[in-house]
Design a binder for this molecule. Structure first.
Ligand SMILES: NC(=O)c1ccc[n+]([C@@H]2O[C@H](COP(=O)([O-])OP(=O)(O)OC[C@H]3O[C@@H](n4cnc5c(N)ncnc54)[C@H](O)[C@@H]3O)[C@@H](O)[C@H]2O)c1
Ligand SMILES: [Zn+2]
Length: 353
C-alpha cells in the first residue's frame, strides 16, 4: 500500500500536492518509498521528520509544524500525510485542522495501535502539563491507508500494545470477533497476513460503526473507553513512561472493568477468566501487581487520579461495564468510594496470590 499511496490518494482526493509528517524511527524504514513515489509525480511538497515519542505531542512542536507546512507552500487544496503511529497521527491531524483553517489529511498508520484505533475516528490532540489529549479537535482524515506490511519493523512490545485495542472491540460489542481472536491468536501472533488483515479490518469497521453513530462522544462512543478509566489512572501513576505503555495499562484496566462488573453481579466469573487468559496469552499484563515499581500503585492515589480524569461528570465516575463478552454499557453512577474500596481489595487479593 505504501508505494501505491500517491495513486490511492489521487484516486480519492485528486492529484493534490502532499506534505509528509513522520518520525525518525518510521522514516528509517518507510519514508523512502512514499517520498519517491510522490516526487516522481511532482506532488511532494516536503517532509517533516520529528523526534519519536509522546513528548512530540506538544504545543511547541505543533507550532513549529504548522509554520513548516506553510513554508513548504501547503495550500488550502493541499494534503498532509501522517506517516507513523498515534503520536504522529494525532499531532498531524491537529496541525491539518488548523493550518489555513483546515486542510485535508491522510492517515498512513504504521503501528498496530494506530491501524486498529487512532487513525480512525477523527480525534486529534496534543498533551499539556494539565493532562493528555486535553487540547485537540475533531478533524476526520480524508483517507486512511493501513499497510500491514509496515508492521514488520515494529518493536516487539508495540504489537501486544496495539492488539489489546482490537480485542477491546470484540469485548465491547462483538463476541464473535473475540471468539475468532481466541481461536486464531497463533496466526495473529505469527503476523500472518490474512489474519492481521482480518484483525485490522474488523477493528476499523467496529470503531467506524460506533463513531458514525456518535462522532463527538456524547453517548455510544464512550464504549470505546472500555478499560480506559482504570487504564488512564495506571498510566498516569506510572508517569506516562515506558514503564507502562498505553495498551498495557488498558489490558489491566479491561480485566478490572470485568472484575468490577462481576462484583456488581453483572457478568459471570467464567467470562472474566476467559478475558484475563486471552490478554495474558497475548503477552499483556492483567494485574495491578504487574505494573513495575515499588511500592506499586495504591487504591487512594488511583482513585484520586480518576477523579481528575476528563471522564467525570457531576462528581460521579463514568465507567464502561459489561453484561457479558460483547455487551458493554456506559454507567455514570459508580461512586468513587466504591471504586476505591474495590481497588484496595484487588491490590490486597493480588498480594495473596
Ligand atoms: N486519536 C485517537 O483516537 C487515539 C486513540 C488511541 C491512541 N491515541 C494516541 O496514540 C498515541 C500512541 O500511539 P502509538 O502506540 O502508535 O505510539 P507511537 O506513535 O509513539 O509509536 C510507538 C513507537 O513505535 C515507533 N514506530 C511506529 N511505527 C513503526 C514501524 N512501523 N516500525 C518501527 N517503529 C515504528 C514510533 O517511532 C514510536 O517509537 C498516544 O499519544 C495516544 O494518545 C489516539
Ligand atoms: Zn486506548
Amino acid at each position: 500500500v505504501l508505494a501505491q499511496a500517491p495513486e490511492l490518494i489521487a484516486d480519492r482526493l485528486g492529484a493534490a500536492r502532499c506534505a509528509i509528517v513522520t518520525d525518525e524511527n518510521v522514516a528509517k524504514s518507510h519514508l523512502g518509498p512514499l517520498e519517491r513515489a510522490l516526487a516522481v509525480l511532482g506532488r511532494h511538497l516536503g517532509t517533516e521528520v520529528l523526534a519519536p515519542g509522546e513528548q512530540t505531542k506538544s504545543f511547541p512542536v505543533l507550532a513549529r509544524l504548522c509554520e513548516r507546512l506553510l513554508v513548504m507552500g501547503l495550500e488550502r487544496g493541499g494534503v498532509v500525510i501522517a506517516l507513523g503511529g498515534g503520536v504522529i497521527g494525532d499531532l498531524t491531524g491537529l496541525a491539518a485542522s488548523l493550518v489555513r483553517r483546515g486542510v485535508r489529511f491522510v492517515q498512513v498508520p504504521t503501528t498496530l495501535l494506530a491501524q486498529v484505533d487512532s487513525s480512525v475516528g477523527g480525534k486529534t490532540g496534543i498533551n499539556t502539563p494539565q493532562g493528555k489529549n486535553l487540547i485537540g479537535t475533531f478533524h476526520q482524515p480524508s483517507l486512511v491507508l493501513a499497510d500491514i506490511g509496515a508492521l514488520a519493523t515494529l518493536p516487539p512490545r508495540q504489537f501486544p500494545n496495539g492488539y489489546v485495542e482490537a480485542a477491546k472491540y470484540g469485548l465491547l460489542g462483538d463476541a464473535a470477533f473475540f471468539g475468532w481472536l481466541e481461536r486464531n491468536w497463533p496466526a495473529v501472533k505469527a503476523r500472518k497476513v490474512e489474519a492481521l488483515a482480518h484483525v485490522v479490518a474488523t477493528s476499523v469497521q467496529g470503531k467506524a460503526d460506533i463513531v458514525a453513530r456518535d462522532e463527538t462522544e456524547t453517548g455510544d462512543r464512550m464504549l470505546l473507553n472500555l478499560g480506559h478509566t482504570f487504564g488512564h489512572a495506571l498510566e498516569a501513576w506510572a508517569g506516562y513512561s515506558d514503564r507502562l505503555l498505553h495498551g498495557e495499562a488498558v489490558a489491566i484496566g479491561i480485566c478490572l472493568a470485568f472484575e468490577l462488573s462481576r462484583e456488581l453481579g453483572l457478568v459471570d466469573k467464567a467470562s472474566v477468566a476467559r478475558v484475563t487468559r486471552h490478554l495474558a496469552d497475548a503477552g499483556l499484563p492483567t494485574r495491578i501487581a504487574e505494573v513495575p515499581g515499588t511500592p506499586g500503585p495504591d487504591a487512594s492515589t488511583l482513585t484520586a487520579i480518576m477523579g481528575q480524569d476528563k471522564k467525570v461528570r457531576d462528581g460521579k465516575l463514568t465507567f464502561i461495564l459489561v453484561r457479558r463478552i460483547g455487551a458493554a454499557f456506559v454507567s455514570r453512577d459508580v461512586s468513587a468510594v466504591a471504586v476505591q474500596d474495590f481497588l484496595a481489595r484487588r491490590i490486597e487479593a493480588e498480594r495473596d496470590v
